[in-house]
Every structure is written in structure tokens, then in C-alpha cells.
Ligand binder design. Structure first.
Ligand SMILES: [Zn+2]
Ligand SMILES: [Zn+2]
Length: 69
């Protein structure tokens, strides 16, 4: 699998190291954006936040969209 962003910007085929969680595109190390995600679990009548953050990887396009306002 090759990086989708590199392919569409004509950088040529670059081996992908991750897959975007949002759109499913394969991305190289340069185009992968890592973020932490807090997980929640329903406990009784409420919701508790789990002590450890999970990892989520997105492409640059989805990252830009998520952080745009
Ligand atoms: Zn790339
Ligand atoms: Zn994406």
C-alpha cells in the first residue's frame, strides 16, 4: 500500500505506514497525523473517563477538517 496523499500530489509512490481512521486512506509517516483520544465508558448511571488515552491516526486532510472552524 502506498501513501494516498503523496500519490495525489504527484510525489510518486511512497510506502504507507498507517491508515487514516476517518477516510481510510493509507498515509506515509510525513502525512500521518497522530492525536490522542480520550475514551469513555458507561458506569452505572454516568460515564467515566478512562485513565489512558487511545491513539488515533488521521491523514492531513482529515486532520485539517477536524481542526477547522
Ligand atoms: Zn505521504
Ligand atoms: Zn483521512
Amino acid at each position: 500500500m502506498h501513501c494516498y496523499d503523496c500519490q495525489t500530489t504527484h510525489h510518486g509512490p511512497v510506502p504507507a505506514v498507517a491508515v487514516c481512521r476517518q477516510c481510510g486512506a493509507a498515509v506515509c509517516a510525513d502525512h500521518a497525523r497522530t492525536a490522542q483520544e480520550t475514551l469513555h465508558r458507561a458506569v452505572g448511571m454516568g460515564v467515566s473517563t478512562l485513565p489512558k488515552a487511545a491513539r488515533r491516526i488521521t491523514c492531513t486532510t482529515c486532520r485539517t477538517a477536524e481542526t477547522s472552524r
